[in-house]
Design a protein around this ligand. Structure first.
Ligand code: SF4
Ligand code: FES
Length: 249
């Protein structure tokens, strides 16, 4: 395949960025999107040009690092992570626009790399349980109903990639926060801090500059792990209960 790539280049957070065009030949349809960028970077390095900075780690859909907007869509056309997107999803001769996540709380560090520390700060505000340390308990020591356990598991698959924020016109992190809230709210271990958690995590996302959710649904449409809008409803139900409890918990 031969491609025309239009890639966002930005030397540093405060530098002016711009789209730069590259021709790339010899791309296999079996390459992942990141392998295609590796090929481009090899060529740029051989020409003594600055390679394109982009984030990645696991390259198997687990770590959530590979945050790219491809042809205007977070993670590209397949609703999967960028590392699991393959070049067979594009046509020979295609022009592909590649940009970083664009959201106020995710400043660009360089080229396609953004700082997603803000998501870690939301987790720090309450995305944990209190638990006495000691040896691991037996697997069935704390029974959880099957339906709730399944919902908890599905929400625990959120990898914190931030595509939901990048896709939302309001730059809202609501789907991410809702996945964490719902995961813990469904399990017995998540009950002691349940209502304190929802209040502090929602307050944290507001303080960090994420926008409000207005039920547009772009977040769920691009989420590579299929976190549903129902999780936001669960968050809203817990938030309502938290506001009327009045016991500070
Ligand atoms: S909810 Fe989906 S899109 Fe948002 S951070 Fe989690 S996995 Fe990524
Ligand atoms: S590189 Fe880890 S999810 Fe893509």
């Amino acid at each position: 395949m031969k491609l025309k790539l239009r890639i966002w280049r930005q030397a540093s957070t405060n530098a002016q960025g711009r789209m730069v065009e590259y021709e790339l030949d010899g791309v296999s349809e079996d390459m992942s999107f990141l392998e295609m960028l590796d090929l481009l970077n090899e060529e740029l390095t051989l020409r003594n040009e600055e390679p394109v900075a982009f984030d990645h780690d696991c390259r198997e859909g687990i770590c959530g690092m590979c945050s790219l907007v491809i042809n205007g869509v977070a993670h590209g056309p397949q609703q999967t992570t960028t590392c699991q997107l393959h070049m067979r999803s594009f046509s020979d001769g295609a022009t592909i626009d590649i940009e970083p996540w664009q959201a106020g709380p995710f400043p660009v560090i360089k080229d396609l790399v953004v700082d997603r520390t803000a998501l870690d700060k939301i987790i720090q505000a309450g995305g944990y349980i209190s638990s006495n340390t000691g040896s691991a308990p037996d697997a069935h020591a704390t029974p959880a109903p099957k339906r709730e356990a399944d919902i908890a598991f599905d929400n625990a698959t959120c990898i914190g990639c931030g595509a939901c924020v990048a896709a939302c016109p309001n730059s809202s992190s609501m789907l991410f926060t809702a996945a964490k809230i719902t995961h813990l709210a469904m399990l017995p271990q998540g009950q002691p801090e349940r209502y304190r958690r929802v209040k502090s995590m929602v307050a944290a996302q507001d303080e960090l500059g994420f926008g409000n959710c207005t039920n547009i649904g772009e977040c769920a449409a691009v989420c590579p792990k299929g976190i549903p809008l129902e999780s936001i409803s669960q968050l809203n139900r817990d938030m309502m209960k938290a506001m009327f409890r009045g016991d500070g918990k």
